[in-house]
Ligand binder design. Structure first.
Ligand SMILES: [Zn+2]
Length: 185
């Protein structure tokens, strides 16, 4: 397993649409394993393949360290599709690709998601609370959308300086990153 660097805001993979996985093979399993390793190292609760520069529709989730969610084992969702969402809920979010910025985002509080598991079998999950929130945030990543896109212009303005710093690679994180400043134009 390998820990991969995490792409931060301003780097191109975060703004691209990831493609559906069509082949179930060792490469896919390796990607999932590496993503789990990378997420753990960065103390994240969710990670989308775009965030490690891979444009495939794969996300990994681990909320088992959170209070009351210990029973939810870490799992991966391949080709996830939100089929139902209801009850808007505002919750604070952060993102490994946008270090140190947190803000309230309104999303569906209850969802149904269809996906393939790591055996490439069809699965359906009904989720609420933090789990629903993480899944929606990560599925957004697969479509090139970041949580800051959901903020009001006023809130984006509030974060403008911090965002500018991230795009210039000026941030302090204790995990490996690829910033926009690292990528040749
Ligand atoms: Zn994120």
């Amino acid at each position: 397993m390998a820990v991969l660097p995490i792409y931060t805001d301003g780097s191109p993979p975060l703004r691209k649409k990831a493609q559906p996985v069509t082949e179930f093979n060792d490469e896919l399993i390796k990607l999932v394993m590496d993503m789990f390793e990378t997420m753990r190292k960065a103390n994240g609760i969710g990670l989308a393949a775009n965030q490690v520069g891979i444009l495939k529709r794969v996300i990994v989730i681990d909320v088992s360290e959170m209070e009351g969610l210990e029973d939810i084992k870490p799992f991966a969702l391949i080709n996830p599709e939100i089929v139902k969402g209801k009850d808007l809920l505002s919750m604070e979010e952060g993102c490994l690709s946008i270090p140190q910025i947190r803000d309230e985002v309104e999303r569906a509080g209850e969802i149904t998601v269809r996906y393939k598991d790591t055996s490439f079998r069809d699965a359906t999950l009904e989720a609420g609370g933090i789990l629903a929130r993480v899944i929606l945030h990560e599925v957004d990543h697969l479509d090139g959308i970041l949580f800051i896109d959901h903020l009001s212009p006023a809130r984006r303005k509030f974060h403008a300086d911090a965002l500018r710093k991230i795009r210039h690679g000026e941030m302090e994180v204790d995990y490996a990153v690829v910033t926009a400043a690292d990528i040749p134009v």
